[in-house]
Write a new protein. Structure first.
Length: 88
């Protein structure tokens, strides 16, 4: 957007130095605000990755728990040995 404003200033016959200095100051402020915003949002990005890892770990723990419950609830010895072999 700053280049469009600069192009309009130049195409309309130029501009005084104060206008160009003002445009440069505003452009620098916008850049600083964007950089600060990115730096402030970086921890929230890490929280997303941590939550994905925790979800995967929780899923694996639930699957392991259900497998062990099914092995413990079985009464047939041959079936228990077969289930233990499959779970390893």
């Amino acid at each position: 957007i700053n280049f469009r404003i600069l192009f309009e200033i130049i195409s309309s016959g130029g501009g005084n130095v104060n206008t160009l200095i003002s445009l440069a100051n505003i452009s620098e402020k916008i850049h600083d605000i964007e950089k600060t915003k990115r730096d402030m949002l970086r921890p929230y990005l890490m929280i997303g990755f941590i939550l994905m890892g925790m979800t995967g770990l929780t899923t694996l723990l639930v699957i392991d728990s259900l497998t062990s419950i099914s092995i413990q609830s079985e009464t047939d010895i041959e079936k228990i040995n077969e289930l233990e072999a499959k779970s390893k």
